[in-house]
Ligand binder design. Structure first.
Ligand code: C2E
Ligand code: CA
Ligand code: CA
Length: 414
């Protein structure tokens, strides 16, 4: 909709609402997944469907409101003459019921979902553009909560705008160097010697954690920021690892998300990071989850081979959680398996977990892979791992992830 038509619409909404009696509301209907709908039905049929839906909305609010088309799959309906605010909800439900009836009559194989956001005039806003915005974000909140209709309150605004605010803050932290890498030591079980560290990203501002990586890494992946995030992790990790004491004996491991593994530019990114900071043999490990590999096995193994040929070590992270079959096992071009902490946690009490870890270690041996146990929290678990013949361990028993300075001190003290 162009600017001029939008202005006309706002004026008409405002007039409509001002002149109506009793309780007045703006109902905003969003038809879900319009792109998918057009792809399924074809353009002409979906235009026809939208016209019929508009007709059914008119029937539903008969005499109480007028239907305006806002965009593809989006309609707004100002209604008046409602006796109490609860009646706005009834009107919204009627819109959906009437639309569903229309689609039933058309015998559509798969009817699209729709959600209605309700904003009351003038309680929620007296200006039409603000009222419309509130009804829109309420429709989005309705979809997220899986309900057909929802009336605006502050929780809707928060639910919809907060993730965006967090995304923006993350993007700006990424640009201004507001993200840090912490390093969690990895030690050889046989003699307790440090062999390197896993780089774990932290987002700390004024001594407070803004969000944990479980939140901001998936967010970066969803919002197209994972490329820059990974470049940041790779370059900071290599730059800082070059300053570690006994640096030639230590390697640094960087986590790679599934999306990044398959990213077109990833091999070039790794090549240029390695060329810029110079990495000794075994100096850089990429941790890739087992789940990411088996999701697209052929493409993932081709990628891993490329990365291996750049002189990078490959570690299969969270091993044991991805249900990969034994036939995959022999084909994965990796150097290391990292047993998921959920199995390691269970080793002390659960004989089955212990046997499982033992089996993974035996299997890895036969394929020439080294094994790291993550999440080692106590001496008993460490001892059990030593008996099994596991190579390396990482976990709170040794140290949590430490900032650069503390990690260097930790290495020096060993
Ligand atoms: P992960 O790769 O499985 O990392 C191990 C997680 O376990 C880390 O959580 C670590 O702090 C935690 N941990 C280590 N030792 C212990 C222990 O003994 N006990 C317990 N209970 N936990 C332990 P963190 O740092 O919160 O990271 C969570 C996940 O976020 C990581 O899981 C990784 O998948 C992702 N991540 C972190 N930093 C990065 C990054 O720079 N890039 C990418 N792509 N992902 C990252
Ligand atoms: Ca990891
Ligand atoms: Ca892990």
């Amino acid at each position: 909709m162009d600017e001029a038509r939008y202005r006309t619409l706002l004026t008409s909404l405002e007039t409509c609402l001002r002149e109506a009696q009793e309780i007045r509301a703006l109902l905003l209907v969003e038809v879900a997944d319009m792109v998918g709908l057009q792809a399924r039905l074809g353009y002409a049929a979906s235009v026809d469907l939208m016209a019929r839906l508009a007709g059914s909305f008119s029937t539903a609010v008969h005499g109480r409101g007028v239907v305006h088309k806002l965009g593809d799959g989006s309609f707004c309906v100002p209604v008046g003459g409602l006796r109490n605010p609860g009646h706005a909800m009834l009107a919204a439900q009627k819109l959906v019921r009437e639309a569903e009836q229309t689609m039933n009559d058309m015998e559509l194989a798969l009817s699209p979902q729709m959600h209605v956001g309700i904003a009351l005039y003038p309680e929620h806003a007296s200006a039409a553009d603000e009222l419309l915005r509130k009804a829109q974000l309420t429709a989005v909140a309705a979809r997220r909560r899986g309900v057909r209709a929802l009336q605006f309150d502050e929780s809707c605004a928060e639910q919809v705008t907060k993730p965006w605010a967090l995304r923006e803050a993350f993007a700006s932290a990424l640009q201004s160097g507001g993200l840090q890498l912490y390093y969690q030591p990895k030690v050889a079980i046989a003699d307790g010697r440090p062999v390197g560290a896993e780089a774990l990203m932290r987002w700390i501002q004024e001594g407070r954690t803004v969000a944990t990586p479980d939140v901001f890494i998936p967010m970066a992946e969803e919002s197209g920021l994972i490329h820059n995030t990974t470049w940041y992790a790779l370059s900071v990790a290599l730059r800082e690892a070059a300053e570690w004491p006994r640096r030639d004996e230590l390697g640094v491991a960087v986590n790679v998300t599934p999306g990044m593994l398959h990213h077109r530019e990833f091999p070039d990114m790794v090549r240029s990071a390695v060329a810029t900071w110079g990495v000794h043999e075994g100096g850089l490990t990429l941790e890739i989850t087992e789940g990411a590999i088996i999701a697209d096995f052929a493409q993932a193994t081709a990628r891993l081979r490329m990365l291996r040929d750049l002189g990078v070590r490959i570690s299969i992270d969270d091993f044991g959680t991805g249900y990969s079959s034994l036939s995959y096992f022999k084909k994965i071009p990796a150097h290391e398996l990292k047993i998921d902490k959920s199995f390691v946690f269970g080793m002390r009490q659960d004989a089955a977990d212990r046997r499982l870890v033992e089996t993974i270690v035996t299997l890895a041996r036969q394929f020439g892979l080294s094994v790291v146990a993550e999440g080692v929290e106590d001496a008993e678990t460490l001892q059990a791992l030593a008996q099994i013949g596991c190579d390396y361990a990482q976990g709170y028993h040794f140290a949590p992830a430490l900032d650069q300075q503390r990690f260097c001190e930790w290495v020096s003290q060993r």
